[in-house]
Design a protein around this ligand. Structure first.
Ligand SMILES: Cc1cc2nc3c(=O)[nH]c(=O)nc-3n(C[C@H](O)[C@H](O)[C@H](O)COP(=O)(O)O)c2cc1C
Length: 315
């Protein structure tokens, strides 16, 4: 078990609200951090690097205000950078990230040693998300502080591996921070992730069904009404395998079972796809309400502590 020094004692809950395109923004981040979990958002949720910088300033100011008002110290926050040659904003967004000394940087697609060093040089930490052992080894080689194991059933660009297999194999060669993602909705499941060897649980879809998520009301409603059978794993929407809600594919006039092929990942096409066709993980069946993020975090904390007590009591 390992947390970077920068996070030790600063989280009241071993939970990260994962970055989600078109869903996570300042309100979700601030409320999550105030509730003691790590809040994050993708830099690309703002249309420009300048706008991204504005959000960083806003989040910092609001968290500082909350702390000055005498509440418990908020948890640190993080951003997601897509490290791919078709992301034209990467260099400028990285520069903005460094300028604002963002505490946690979550990289997707590419694990690049120079980027990792640049973030670590100002005291930030880098977590990299992976769906396979090959990518996990690459990330470890790039010097990241943490690896996010995105297992089968996760929202977004999910993997196919069982969380048991993925966490135990990564733990075999990596002793940094391990985060586990994929259909985690409850505090008991957070405890299960930790029992499996992860340090932190990484929750996406559960946080879309909160009042603060920026997602359209219809996307939230579709999550509340869906179960795992409504989720399809396909590379035909964005060029990379990801989980999408079948009803949103049908609403876009496509047949989820007869989707036309797609030419590899291209960020511009990817962005367009996610606006009209909505992603969610297989955990949707366990999501039945739309709380505020702070209420959700409080509930996760209670469930987590109850599960830990129950496990400690033996069987
Ligand atoms: C609508 C949606 C958008 C997402 N966008 C991103 C993104 O922009 N960057 C990223 O690294 N991961 C993204 N993800 C993946 C999440 O960060 C996280 O890995 C995943 O949601 C965890 O699985 P869960 O949804 O089953 O909890 C997205 C997931 C969803 C559901």
């Amino acid at each position: 078990m390992a947390l970077p020094d920068q996070l030790k004692g600063r989280l009241r809950l071993p939970v990260v609200a994962a970055p989600m395109f078109l869903a996570s923004g300042p309100d979700l981040v601030v409320e999550t951090c105030r509730a003691g979990a790590l809040g994050t958002f993708p830099a690309l949720n703002q249309r420009s690097t300048e706008g991204y910088g504005d959000w960083l300033s806003e989040i910092r100011d609001r968290l500082a205000e909350a702390e000055a008002a005498g509440g418990p110290p908020p948890a640190p926050f993080g951003v997601n950078l897509i490290v791919h040659r078709t992301n034209p904003r990467l260099d400028a967004d990285l520069e903005m990230t460094v300028r604002h000394k963002v505490p946690v940087v979550i990289t997707s697609l590419g694990a690049v040693p120079e980027l990792v060093r640049e973030v670590q040089a100002y005291g930030g930490v880098v977590f990299h998300d992976v769906i396979s052992l090959r990518h996990a080894r690459k990330a470890a080689g790039a010097g990241v502080d943490g690896i996010i194991a995105v297992s089968a059933g996760a929202g977004g660009h999910a993997g196919r591996m069982s969380p048991f297999a993925l966490t135990s194999e990564i733990r075999g060669f990596f002793d940094g921070t391990l985060l586990l993602a994929g259909a985690i909705n409850t505090g008991a499941q957070v405890a299960a992730a930790r029992a499996m060897g992860a340090d932190l649980a990484y929750l996406g879809t559960r946080f879309i069904a909160t009042r603060e998520a920026l997602s359209p009301r219809e996307h939230k409603a579709m999550i509340l009404g869906a179960d795992a059978a409504d989720v399809i794993y396909t590379d035909r929407i964005s060029g990379v395998n990801a989980n999408f809600l079948r009803p949103s594919i049908a609403a876009a006039g496509l047949d989820p079972d007869a989707l036309p092929p797609h030419e590899g990942l291209d960020m511009a096409a990817d962005v367009k796809a996610w606006k009209t066709i909505w992603s969610a993980g297989e955990g949707v069946g366990g999501i039945t309400d739309l709380p505020g993020a702070s209420e959700l975090c409080a509930r996760l904390g209670e469930e987590y502590r109850a599960a830990v007590r129950a496990l400690a009591a033996g069987f």
